[in-house]
Design a protein around this ligand. Structure first.
Ligand code: SF4
Length: 257
């Protein structure tokens, strides 16, 4: 299990985002997420209490980010994206909106050309405050790994009462101002064989895309060690075939192997 030990880290080189300064607003000693994805690089979601009191306050987060931006600036470090990722789901932070507002000010002060990205599992989109905060940044990247509700449950294993329907409805409210990130994989979990590249799922997923119209879709597969052990990576040619179908419905698509 891998956990980031600080609020601001990097920048690291990201295949998708270039020079990416990471922001972790989840606790540094435990993963807090509303999903328990079978492929999560942070390991299983052992702490199911998402109201954990280990969260750093918005003020502490802003101080840590400012310090990091100052030192990057002093060293002449280039930053393409300031990216919320880290030990779980950032939108669960009780002061997520405030943190975004503070970051917008700091970004404009120190790195006005950097974009702000938030990698989110899209489970809090029904919360209008979270949605408004995500709409203030340039690059909300919202996860949807399935087109069928049973696969959504099997792959992402929500730990809060959220359904695929809630997620899709939330995405629709973005009016296309978001990037969708979709993980493709196959294998077996708890004795159940699955494959989200199967036609039934891909066709249903494409239908959702037509409905929510993201400005871009990013397709990828396994890259690091996973908590579930019987998972199989989907390779680039297969991802490209799915990406071609996305492009055919008029949506930009990019594959990362
Ligand atoms: S949403 Fe992200 S952090 Fe949460 S379990 Fe899935 S991969 Fe891990």
């Amino acid at each position: 299990m891998f956990l980031w030990e600080s609020i601001a880290f990097g920048p690291i080189h990201s295949r998708r985002l270039g020079s990416s300064l990471g922001i972790n607003i989840s606790p540094t000693d435990v993963k807090i997420c509303s999903f328990d994805c079978i492929y999560c690089e942070c390991g299983w979601t052992l702490e199911k209490d998402i109201t954990s009191t280990h969260y750093a306050t918005a003020d502490i987060v802003a101080q840590a980010i400012e310090k990091k931006l100052q030192s990057c600036q002093a060293e002449g470090t280039h930053i393409d994206s300031i990216t919320f990722s880290g030990n779980g789901e950032s939108t669960l932070h009780p002061q997520f909106g405030e943190i975004i507002d503070n970051l917008l000010i700091l970004r404009d002060k120190y790195y006005p050309n950097a974009i702000i990205t938030c990698l989110s599992n899209a489970t809090k989109l029904q919360d209008v405050k979270v949605r408004k905060a995500l709409l203030k940044i340039e690059n909300p990247m919202l996860k949807l790994d399935a087109g069928l509700p049973e696969l959504y449950k099997l792959i992402n294993r929500p730990t809060i009462p959220v359904t695929m329907k809630d997620t899709v409805e939330g995405m629709r409210a973005f009016n296309g101002n978001f990037v969708m990130q979709s993980m493709f994989l196959k294998g077996e979990i708890d004795g159940v064989k699955f494959d989200n590249t199967a036609e039934e799922n891909v066709a249903a997923w494409l239908k959702v895309l037509e409905e929510v119209k993201p400005r871009k879709v990013v397709l990828y597969s396994l890259d690091r060690e996973t908590p579930a052990k019987q998972l199989v990576k989907v390779h680039q040619p297969e991802l490209e075939k799915i990406a071609e179908r996305v492009k055919k419905i008029g949506i930009e698509a990019q594959v990362f192997e």
